[in-house]
Ligand binder design. Sequence first.
Ligand code: 0X9
Ligand code: ZN
Length: 299
Amino acid sequence: RTPFGYYPRYQEIETYLHELSEKYRNIVTVFSIGNSFEGRPIYVVKIASGGSNKPAVFIDAGIHAREWIAPSTALHAIHELATNKNNSYLYENVDWYIVPCLNPDGYEYTHTDYRFWRKTRSNSGSRCPGTDANRNFDYKWMTIGASSSPCEDTYAGPKPFSEPETQALRDFLLANKQAIKVYLTLHSYGNWLLHPWGWTDKLPENEPILRKVGLDAAEALSSKYGTRYTVGSSTVLLYAAAGGSDDWAMAVAGIELSYTIELPGGRFDPLPNNIAKVGHETFEAFVVFQTYVENKYIN
Ligand code: 0X9
Ligand code: ZN
């Protein structure tokens, strides 16, 4: 089961989250971590069984507006955790924080005006609105693979953290960095499981564990329907692009493991009848990250 068999509008997502938190009030909490440029609340869904000082897995989606499968996959995970009793062991010892749509303005714009919009919808006076939120984080900002032209799709913004959306994510991660052990950010497309660094082809010192856990996750994912992912560093496998949330989460927030998951698609999304399939298989990868956290930090 998946909450929507189609790509929902932001209001539908909001209504769904609020209903879920009422129906499953002992495990699901929904709260806003800030507002988008146009004033939409950005939600975090916490799935937890109570108690304090538990380690956590964090997942966000929808940093890029047009990558619709990402919010849908996050919503599937929320639904799967909250409503399937067989999954209660997954939040017994580990908390989950899931942001299903970090860039609601851009997401709505892809529904109403232009399907292939990527950026936020901020306007700093330029004739071209929007900043690439995944070039806006303050780590190696604007050093490579990002544009200083507001009209480009990879515009890094006038300064690091110029966007209310990236500020909201930054503040939430910094406030919870003690608990959060794995940072996952959902994008599309290409079946890539990418770890830092995204700004240099040098590998981080914890590359062996990033690689091992990533390969375990990819294997679990493929066991469902045979979908294959390639695991490795962003720069080595794709290209160098600085200012991404993944690099910042590991380098600055100090989160142990950080991955960008490029879900399946092709300009940019699977057909709606495949949303559930992608949700299911990707959930298997999330379970691997949860298991890693539980095994390492509990007892
Ligand atoms: O370029 C991006 O932001 C990501 N690919 S996408 O097609 N979804 O736009 C990849 C980001 C990888 N991480 C970093 N370069 N830091
Ligand atoms: Zn993306």
